[in-house]
Design a protein around this ligand. Structure first.
Ligand SMILES: [Zn+2]
Length: 511
């Protein structure tokens, strides 16, 4: 690629808008925040009755990438994610474990935070719990009752679906189609005193011996959908920029959130609705009943590194389903090893930005972490931005990261242990710049170097040895026997003995 092309690409990189697929329009739309460079995001959180599984890992990793990427692109992001700590499953678990609902929730919130931290997922700016937002929830239900969008019967309050004309605008379902889908959360635990089978509970009367909270309609607890509507309004306002969640939440959860919020506020709840695809296991839907359910914890304990999991997830587009198989995880592990080795080289040889004067910050208004890169690297950086701006195409972005990692590893093969000085000035400059870009790009989507275990260190050594053997072979072919002997001696100092075999091949053993 010519320098001119790179300069042009760089000029245009700031003008190529971020595009995101909006579930509500089913189209890729240019992302324009409500308030200049400030972005408000709400992500549906977990029901804290158990440990998080791979489905959660996928969802929260892809939304962590969205958030980090927007921040890297200069946006000021406020990110809210809730904890559902009132739910039938939590009550059930508490009775099984002979403890309180709060104890079950607290224990699983701690476990959630530990898991997310291991996966390098940034903690949300605010993480409201349903039990701590009861005033806002009750207030919203009262407003819905007052404006005839909800009705109270015998201690329960229901949303009147037929009285809300836009019901179905996110999922594209109409009430007749819903007839076919009138199972699951929408009708579960409901009594027959609802006006319409599709009406959903905003407040549920508590059963005998169940934990309950007071309300104008009697003791009970809020429905699941209303907590998100109330929390969005309380923490972020009536209309937010982006609402996130798994594809399984489109209906009924997000459809119901829209109905509740918009019936109260007369404003759009969110301008962009983003949904991630599901995780399958060996081609089958992951579920507890099928016994193919994997928790984040058990996967990490089995030796899969957090960054391997992140790579596995980001190699697919966030909207598509992914298939979790041993082969796919092994492939991700070997891919991550390559990136991680390149990142570790920078740490080993101290390519840190602060100690290197050639990486002076550009001091652009958007990003003080930009560095002076060669034209070729500016081109790669721009390609990465183009990829991510196109509906978060992480797989294309990763191709650029792999390219950089490969180049760094190949340059580094020339480095003898602890003596970067052996590289020419130009090579030194090149490897430092490449490494700075690798670090910048990997950080922008949440990767961080992992400590290299002995096994992968051996792998790195082996690669270096093979490269020396190849260099020696070339020297011999060019009749530069002095250089060939030098390489043999050098490997000798590293504890490697060469065995020349008939036909020109060379084996090596550790002395
Ligand atoms: Zn929600």
């Amino acid at each position: 690629m010519t320098n001119n092309t790179n300069i042009l690409k760089n000029l245009f990189s700031n003008q190529v808008p971020i595009k995101l697929t909006n579930t509500i329009s089913r189209q890729k739309e240019t992302f324009i925040p409500i308030n200049s460079n400030k972005v408000t995001i709400y992500c549906c959180g977990v029901t804290v009755y158990d440990l998080c599984h791979l489905g959660h890992a996928r969802s929260y990793i892809v939304w962590d990438v969205l958030r980090r990427y927007l921040i890297w692109q200069g946006y000021e992001v406020t990110y809210v994610q809730n904890f559902t700590d009132i739910d039938d499953k939590i009550i059930e678990r508490a009775s099984k474990e002979d403890c309180s609902m709060e104890e079950v929730s607290n224990k699983n919130i701690v476990a959630f935070q530990e898991d997310m931290n291991k996966l390098n997922i940034l903690p949300a700016d605010k993480m409201p719990r349903a039990t701590k937002c009861l005033d806002s929830i009750r207030e919203m239900i009262e407003e819905l009752v007052e404006n005839d969008h909800a009705y109270a019967i015998d201690g329960n309050v229901y949303f009147d679906v037929k009285n809300y004309k836009n019901y179905g605008k996110l999922s594209g379902r109409n009430l007749d189609q819903q007839q076919l889908n009138a199972e699951g959360r929408i009708t579960k635990d409901q009594t027959s005193n609802k006006k319409n089978v599709f009406d959903f509970a905003l407040w549920k009367k508590s059963k005998k011996d169940e934990p309950s909270f007071s309300s104008p309609w009697g003791a009970g607890r809020p429905g699941w959908h209303i907590e998100c509507s109330a929390m969005v309004k309380k923490e972020l306002g009536e209309t937010i920029d982006i609402h996130l969640g798994g594809g399984d939440l489109i209906f009924p959860h997000h459809e119901n959130e829209i109905a509740q919020s918009e019936a109260v506020n007369n404003k759009e709840l969110a301008n962009y609705w983003l949904h991630n695809g599901m995780v399958n296991v060996g081609g089958k839907k992951m579920s507890k009943s099928l016994g193919n359910f994997t928790t984040i914890r058990s996967l990490l304990n089995s030796g899969v590194s957090p960054m391997t999991l992140r790579l596995f997830i980001l190699q697919a587009h966030y909207r598509k389903p992914i298939d979790f198989t041993k082969e796919a995880i092994d492939a991700a592990a070997s891919g991550w090893k390559k990136i991680n080795e390149a990142l570790n080289l920078g740490i080993t040889y101290n390519f840190s930005k602060s100690s290197e004067p050639s990486f002076e910050p550009k001091n652009t208004e958007k990003d003080s972490k930009k560095f002076i890169y060669s034209e070729e690297l500016i081109g790669l950086r721009t390609d990465f931005i183009f990829a991510l701006n196109d509906d978060l195409n992480t797989s294309s972005g990763l191709a650029i990261i792999f390219q950089l990692a490969k180049s760094i590893r190949s340059l580094a093969n020339k480095i003898e242990p602890n003596s970067i000085e052996k590289l020419t000035k130009c090579e030194k400059q090149q490897i430092k710049q490449q490494w700075a870009l690798l670090e910048e790009l990997t950080e922008s989507i949440g990767f961080k170097a992992e400590k290299i275990e002995r096994a992968s260190q051996a792998f790195a050594d082996e690669e270096k040895i093979l490269s020396y053997i190849n260099e020696r072979k070339l020297a011999k072919e060019n009749h530069d026997f002095q250089q060939a002997d030098k390489i043999r001696d050098l490997l000798g100092t590293m504890g490697i003995e060469l065995i020349d075999k008939p036909g020109g091949a060379t084996d090596w053993i550790k002395k």
